[in-house]
Design a protein around this ligand. Structure first.
Ligand SMILES: [Zn+2]
Length: 284
């Protein structure tokens, strides 16, 4: 189903051979030991046969077909490269050319019945019990790194140009602002599953790493958060103490003596301001 939740996962395997560095035979045997498109025999491997035929067969539809320019004409091609070519044995292609022509950097051994099978790992498929498409991507140049990071940082479609065209057609600033508001709320593409998760309050993603931003520009270039309005109106008008305390201006320079050797990085990563202690000093 379109918009169904799925994962893009990068698996790092220690000491994996790399295209362009290790011998092609080593790369081929590494791939073949882990990735296959084989449809196993239904008598000897009934469970795997069931999983492959139920979840791994790709049917082309209007969502995967793309018009691709080949020479001077356009041809309609599946963006997942189905049907994949029949091969007697695995073969490795040139990386640069493969990326330019949207071909895979290698083709697995594949017979006529397997041209629509998504490449998989038998053990992972038995554990996952749902569709997967596995690809080996270790190579020396930066081309594949660029391709992978492009995937990870793919922006959401938001019809930005339409938005600006329509907003610019409004005369005054308030109707422009209103238009932006309306457009942003309505224009985001949301699949059925994503909409359900949002309505049910399920979080769409989680992360184990928290990022804390610390502005380490020189003092005259640092932006500061100003104290709230009611505090400012009540304070001594000649005072210049108008900013909220910050890590780099206040908390770090005035840290207790026993934290003298703690670096700014360690301070931000490991400590949080707790309270003012009995001796009047801040505690972390
Ligand atoms: Zn397709």
């Amino acid at each position: 189903m379109r918009g169904a939740p799925h994962y893009h996962i990068l698996l790092w395997i220690e000491n994996a051979p790399v295209v362009g560095i290790d011998r092609p035979e080593e790369v081929c045997s590494f791939i073949q030991d882990r990735i296959t498109c084989h449809i196993p025999d239904s008598n000897t491997s009934p469970d795997l046969n069931f999983l492959v035929t139920k979840y791994q067969m790709h049917k082309c539809s209007k969502f995967c077909m793309r018009n691709i320019k080949v020479g001077k004409t356009y041809v309609s091609r599946c963006r997942f490269d189905f049907p994949r070519p029949v091969r007697d044995s695995i073969c490795i292609n040139d990386v640069e050319n493969s990326l330019k022509s949207c071909n895979k950097i290698y083709y697995l051994k594949r017979n006529e019945k397997e041209v629509r099978v998504n490449d998989y790992n038998p053990l992972l498929l038995k554990l996952w019990r749902a569709n997967m498409d596995l690809q080996y991507i270790a190579e020396r140049s930066l081309s594949l790194t660029e391709y992978v990071t492009g995937y990870v940082t793919k922006a959401e479609k938001s019809h930005a140009q339409d938005l600006w065209d329509e907003v610019s057609s409004c005369d005054n600033i308030y109707s422009r602002l209103w238009k932006i508001d309306q457009k942003l709320l309505r224009a985001k593409e949301v699949g059925l599953y994503e909409a359900s998760d949002l309505l049910l309050g399920e979080s769409l993603y989680m992360k184990s790493v928290t990022v804390q931003y610390v502005n380490v520009y020189l003092p005259h270039k640092r932006s500061r958060k100003i104290k709230n309005y009611s505090y400012l109106t009540k304070m001594d008008q000649s005072s210049k103490d108008i900013f909220n305390p910050s890590i780099i201006e206040d908390f770090y320079p005035t840290r207790p003596n026993n934290m003298e050797d703690v670096s700014l990085y360690e301070f931000v990563a490991n400590y949080k301001f707790d309270k003012i202690g009995e001796n009047g000093e801040r505690e972390y």
